[in-house]
Design a protein around this ligand. Structure first.
Ligand code: COA
Length: 702
């Protein structure tokens, strides 16, 4: 059975409300586009002042239409939209596209008006795209229900765009490149239909092979992750999300009135769902183009073939920058190349056929290379030199592409190259303006392929945590009306989850401190114990390296003095004394993001976090493999895995700790934030320790 959204994209009858007798108006343009795209279902116009518009019958109201309507497209001034939706509700219309602007994006009054529309939509159960949108398209239904006449040929790219302008830019580019569209939706203010709904629909749309989405901000991030994780198992989703910079984010917020979440968390969410995030329109185009036209690369290892050493070297540089490997060709491949193409400049990869290479030589080289099991993809480059017949090379490449090995073509240049590229495009091969972008497109395929493997391993680790003990700590804090826990309480939660913390004792007098120190043995660390002091180091509330009784006494006095001076009203419970552990410092933390929920962060500790700001994140829940991947994705990995003769750190224990912290994030919703700063990563097999714990609870009113 067709879903409601599928029906919206393949309606049997469309009513256009607001098509004017004036052909320059938006509603009329939209009607004109429906007519010129060749929509073959029934069409009716709703315009009380006309009996027909552009030859289409017009009626005063939706309620006057006798037959069932599958989709109503609304292009009347904002103040009239609610009444149109109420009529649609009475008429039992299942879907609406609201083009009209003048809602949430225009401030408080508009927001109220949009809420009223949402109420009608929710109550009636209809699905609605918009308001403030550009419309939708389905090329196989020959339905252009937008007010742009840009109408790409039928194909396998689905496009979702929060912005109408970006949508039309991409449609125009697709037409130029000869790429085909399956479905398009401009989402505007997203009062009802969101990206997640469309991803779920497109997952089952047999015509769609790749989805491109332009996003400014998401509201229900977890639903997006769920839908995206599902579709990306079978189809790549390429996302261009704007608002990376702070000022960009502000512009994006005001553009369609959405509040963009912190941009870095978007990266984490996209990694989680194997969504391919790209940074700019060029990359957006390149990724969609290669996914649309080529089979997915099986594994790393590409060959570069050119008639121009310079272009080949550029491609090789791009490979090293994007992490794509140049396949090491087998001896027999190189011999076969040399035999088939006498006088070639290099049979090493990048393969240089020489400036005077003929089309026949290109095809021979491609044939031989494709037989080498190390070659999983090919980049074909050619310069527009007089000795080469680029058009013949293009025809050869198109014939060769039957081989089903992914190819990326680049003939950089001007008019001469363009003529040849027409043959490439018509032959269904993807082309790129530069060697770097051709290699970049291969890199996108590999990133998606690697993500597929990562996601397949995704099994959640089991847990033997003592949740009741952890809940009891939270209950007691709540009872005493506190949102933040003391270090000792935080550590009790960590211990309940099996996170190792160094042995410690508590003392509230100098004498007691000496007793605790004797029992623990040296060296020791002493810290102020107070639920009111969070950044203990900043006030000198942590003293490390205590080696004997005298230094313990001295430290106790100093810490008490400093705490009282810096926080006169604070409740000071004494000091905690711990065995000093050694290792590299990293920070592990848990935060709740408004858009995506609990997020695990990880980075280098100490001064590094401030200076390098090297923090990596993943959205929960997390498998052990994902935690491993998180650790590897951060620069701290090099340091911890034994750079420059340092002893390698115990990364297995670090993964254990992070898996457990992630579990806390899933189990204990009352925890708003948890930070372990630092986790000491000891040398291999010596373990890691949570040396500190800062826990904040969700405020009661949240
Ligand atoms: N039911 C049926 N027809 C109605 C109607 C209603 N409730 N209210 C108005 N109409 C008719 C009008 O009579 C007019 O037809 P006519 O010229 O033959 O008399 C037609 O619908 C259009 O109405 P009009 O008042 O002329 O509006 P408009 O065309 O100037 O503007 C919008 C309407 C929707 C285009 C405009 O309000 C708007 O929102 N523009 C911005 C759209 C946009 O940018 N969207 C986001 C893109 S990313």
């Amino acid at each position: 059975m067709l879903s409601m959204l599928d029906r919206m994209f393949s309606p049997r009858c469309i009513a256009v409300v607001g098509a004017s007798r004036d052909e320059r108006k938006v509603g009329s343009m939209l009607l004109g586009n429906l007519l010129s795209s060749g929509y073959e279902g029934d069409l009716v116009v709703i315009n009380p002042g006309a009996s027909e518009v552009m030859g289409v019958k017009s009626l005063p109201s939706l309620l006057d239409v006798e037959q069932d309507i599958d989709l109503v497209v609304v292009a009347v001034p904002s103040g009239s939209v609610k009444q149109v939706l109420l009529d649609a509700e009475r008429k039992g219309v299942p879907a609406a596209v609201v083009i009209s602007a003048g809602f949430r994006e225009e401030g408080a009054e508009g927001r109220l008006m949009e809420e009223e529309l949402m109420e009608v939509v929710r109550r009636s159960g209809m699905r609605a795209v918009g308001p403030n949108c550009f419309g939708i398209m389905d090329t196989s239904a020959r339905m252009n229900a937008t007010f742009t006449s840009l109408w790409p040929q039928e194909g396998n790219i689905a496009l979702i765009s929060q912005s109408g302008a970006v949508g039309s830019t991409v449609l125009d580019w697709m037409m130029k490149m000869g790429l085909g569209l399956s479905r398009f939706a401009s989402l505007g203010n997203k009062m009802d239909v969101q990206e997640a709904d469309l991803l779920l629909m497109l997952e089952n749309d047999p015509k769609t092979r790749v989805v491109g989405a332009y996003i400014e901000g998401l509201e229900d991030g977890r639903r997006f992750i769920e839908a995206a994780s599902s579709i990306t198992r079978s189809k790549p989703v390429v996302v261009l999300k704007s608002g990376r910079s702070e000022s960009g984010a502000r512009a994006a917020s005001s553009h369609t009135g959405s509040i963009a979440g912190s941009d870095q968390v978007y990266d984490a969410a996209f990694i989680k769902a194997n969504v391919l995030r790209v940074d700019d329109l060029d990359s957006f185009f390149d990724a969609m183009s290669i996914f649309s036209r080529m089979p997915l690369i099986e594994r790393d290892g590409i060959a570069v073939v050119s008639n121009a050493g310079g272009l080949g070297v550029m491609a090789a540089d791009a490979c090293s920058e994007t992490g794509v490997s140049l396949a090491s060709l087998s001896r027999s491949t190189m011999e076969a190349l040399e035999e088939a193409i006498p006088g070639m400049a290099s049979s090493l990869n990048p393969v240089d056929l020489r400036g005077d290479a003929t089309a026949d030589m290109f095809i021979k080289a491609m044939e031989i290379l494709s037989e080498d099991p190390a070659v999983n993809g090919m980049v074909l480059l050619s310069a527009p030199v007089d000795t080469v017949d680029l058009e013949a090379v293009s025809k050869a490449a198109v014939d060769f592409s039957e081989k089903k090995i992914p190819m990326a073509v680049s003939f950089p240049g001007g008019e001469e190259s363009d003529r040849a590229l027409t043959i490439i495009r018509e032959g269904g091969l993807p082309d790129f303006p530069t060697p770097e972008r051709a290699v970049g497109a291969m890199a996108f395929m590999l990133r998606y392929r690697e993500g597929l493997e990562r996601v397949n391993e995704n099994e959640l680790p089991s847990s033997d945590a003592d949740i009741n003990e952890a809940r009891e700590v939270i209950r007691l804090a709540r009872e005493s009306d506190r949102d933040s826990l003391s270090e000792e309480e935080g550590k009790r939660i960590l211990k309940a989850y099996g996170v190792p913390v160094p042995v410690e004792g508590i003392a509230d007098s100098c004498v007691e401190a000496v007793d605790v120190a004797r029992a623990l043995g040296y060296p020791l660390v002493m810290k102020v114990l107070s639920p009111d002091i969070h950044h203990k180091t900043d006030i000198g509330g942590v003293i490390v390296g205590l080696e004997d009784e005298d230094s313990v006494k001295e430290a106790f006095k100093l810490i008490m003095e400093r705490a009282r001076r810096s926080f006169p009203g604070a409740k000071i419970e004494g000091v905690s004394i711990q065995r000093m552990v050694k290792g590299e410092e990293v920070i592990v933390s848990l935060v709740r993001d408004e858009t995506f929920g609990p997020v695990l962060s990880y980075g280098m500790g100490g001064i590094f976090v401030e200076i390098l700001k090297e923090v990596s994140q993943r959205v929960l829940p997390l498998s052990r493999e994902e935690v491993d991947d998180l650790i590897r994705s951060n620069k701290a990995y090099q340091l911890l895995s034994g750079a420059r003769g340092r002893p390698p750190g115990d990364l297995g224990s670090l993964t254990d700790i992070m898996v457990k912290v992630a579990r806390i994030g899933m189990d204990l919703e009352e925890i708003e934030e948890l930070e372990i700063n630092p986790v000491m990563v000891g040398p291999m097999i010596e373990g890691c320790w949570a040396v500190d714990a800062l826990v904040t609870l969700r405020r009661k009113d949240q």
